[in-house]
Structures are given as C-alpha cells and as structure tokens.
Design a protein around this ligand. Sequence first.
Ligand code: SF4
Ligand code: SF4
Ligand code: SF4
Length: 191
Amino acid sequence: MKEKTKFNRRDFINTGLRIGIGAGLGLIGVGLSTRSVNGKTTWQIDPAKCIQCGKCTTECVLQTSAVKCVHVTDMCGYCDLCSGYLKQGSKELNTAAENRLCPTNAIVRTFVEEPYFEYKIVEELCIACGKCVKNCGAFGNGSLQLQIQQQLCLNCNQCSIARNCPSQAITRVDTDSPYSLKGFKDLKIGG
Ligand code: SF4
Ligand code: SF4
Ligand code: SF4
C-alpha cells in the first residue's frame, strides 16, 4: 500500500487541492508518438498530449464515444481525497451525489482500509468528458487517462476526433504494439 497522502481535508475543502500526490507523471505517454507503423494500424491517444478538451465526447462518429477513461491502478495512490472522484470545494468528503465530479456517476469508490479507497470506471457509463482525468492529472498521480477502446472503435480511415483534436494527441500506431505507458505494459492495443 502506498504512503498516505500529505494534504488534509481542510486543504481540500478550502483551497481545492493545492498539493500533488506521488510520482509517475513523467512516464505518461512515452513512446507512442515514436512507435513505428507497419501494416495494420489503429488510432490511439497519447495521454501526455491530451488536454481533456471535451471533443472526445462529441466528435466520435459513434453515438457514444469509443473513448473511455482508463484507470492505471499501478499509478493510483488509493487516496481518500481523490481529486478525480470528488468535486473541488466539496463541503463533505463522501459519496453523496453533489460531491462527485463525474457527471454520469461512472466512477465507483470502494473502501479498502483506512484511509485508502479503490476507484473503478464503469465503462458503459463513461462519456469521455475528461473531468476526472484533468483533476487527477492536476492534483493527483495522473492515473486516470483517456484512451480509445479498440473493442468499441470502428477504426475509421479518418478518425473524426483526431481531425478535431486541438493538441494532435491522436495518431495511428501499430496494432500489435503494446501501450508504452506505466501500468499499460501488459496490454496489447486491440487485444
Ligand atoms: S480531442 Fe484530443 S485533446 Fe481533446 S480530449 Fe480528445 S485526445 Fe484529448
Ligand atoms: S468524469 Fe468523464 S471521463 Fe471521467 S469517468 Fe466520468 S464520464 Fe468518464
Ligand atoms: S476511429 Fe472512428 S469510431 Fe474510433 S474513436 Fe475515431 S471517430 Fe470514433
């Protein structure tokens, strides 16, 4: 289990999370943009470039976007004050609807042991708004990331999200290449 986070509840409520927790951000996205493309390719997001602009929600040709939030549990601090789960400035730090950041309630919080909580994403509910990703990246470990889910994606010749992405975060990569992100090392794209 990881070391307890260094900020307290009053900091969170009054100032909106000034202090980051843990390490690992430097490893996000390394290698995706330099991966060779040979033969069969697929679209993927480089989380290091993504600015959570909201277009992953609105620009996919599918009615519900093929992009979903993914939780890299290896990077997670299991924080009780999770900045990806709780709204900044919440009056009470509990699971009440008014305190939750996710607009679709796609993040499930489960108590592990004091003061640790586990967070899971319900893929069917995620609309790829990126709110949790932005807050976890700004105030936490950056363990929440947006990724195109290959089992949902149509692999369009021209990905309409990629065309509209303001940070050119979506590129074609070799289908057989694993993600080179910390916590993704055992996953195959499209696998
Ligand atoms: S369109 Fe690009 S910058 Fe915007 S959320 Fe998607 S990947 Fe991130
Ligand atoms: S806050 Fe947005 S990106 Fe995060 S799990 Fe909820 S719907 Fe998905
Ligand atoms: S390739 Fe098509 S289906 Fe896949 S994320 Fe892009 S627009 Fe959506």
